[in-house]
Design a binder for this molecule. Structure first.
Ligand SMILES: O=CN(O)CCNC(=O)c1cccc(Cl)c1Cl
Ligand code: NI
Length: 183
């Protein structure tokens, strides 16, 4: 299982690399990695397991964060009563997005960043994502809200981008125009 010691931190060059496409159909090795990414995210949201293994909670995890520079990530979150999302994708891609932007008023955090960086992170409000599931089957997802934000945060990891790259240095709490905050 993935533990905190497996997660690389700011300064590690892999976090700033563009990750490589995963050859399809996925190898057993790549399927195992993707399953472990999803397992970490689910474990980290289970209070007993997270406490037992000292896992910092997360709603997503991308392969570069465990020093594997391959285009895959997992997301597991609840964005409303009984509205659960669980995605584990190879070679994800945003194929279209809203003009409108959104941001979490609480800002964002990252398991690869051992410090709090306050500020709004502008993201597209709605995204259409294509990718391939754990069996290599093509998937197309239309996401909004926290799910849309989370997949954009993970996709950034595949392109060497960190959430704080988007925070306005002169005014971290600047509200971009045409943007809708999410409390
Ligand atoms: O890349 C994934 N992580 O670093 C896991 C830890 N961060 C979070 O769970 C998190 C927190 C707030 C907003 C977003 Cl969008 C995310 Cl993703
Ligand atoms: Ni992150």
């Amino acid at each position: 299982m993935i533990k905190m010691e497996d997660i690389i931190r700011e300064g590690h060059p892999t976090l700033r690399q563009v990750a490589k496409e995963v050859p399809l159909p996925p190898s057993e090795e790549d399927r195992k990695i993707l399953k472990e990414l999803l397992e970490y995210v689910i474990n980290s949201q289970n209070t007993e397991v997270a406490e037992k293994y000292g896992l910092r909670p997360g709603i997503g995890l991308a392969a570069p964060q465990i020093n594997i520079s391959k285009r895959m990530f997992a997301v597991h979150l609840e964005d409303g009563p009984g509205r659960q999302h669980s995605y584990a994708l190879f070679n994800p891609k945003v194929v279209s997005h809203s003009v409108e932007k959104t941001f979490l008023t609480s800002g964002e955090g990252c398991l690869s960043v051992d410090r709090n960086i306050p500020g709004y992170v502008p993201r597209y409000s709605r995204v259409t994502l294509t990718g391939f599931d754990i069996d290599g089957k093509p998937v197309k997802l239309r996401l909004k809200g926290l799910a849309a934000i989370a997949v954009q945060h993970e996709l950034d990891h595949l392109n060497g981008v960190m959430f704080y790259d988007y925070i306005n240095p002169n005014d971290p709490f600047f509200e971009p125009e045409n943007s809708v905050p999410i409390e």
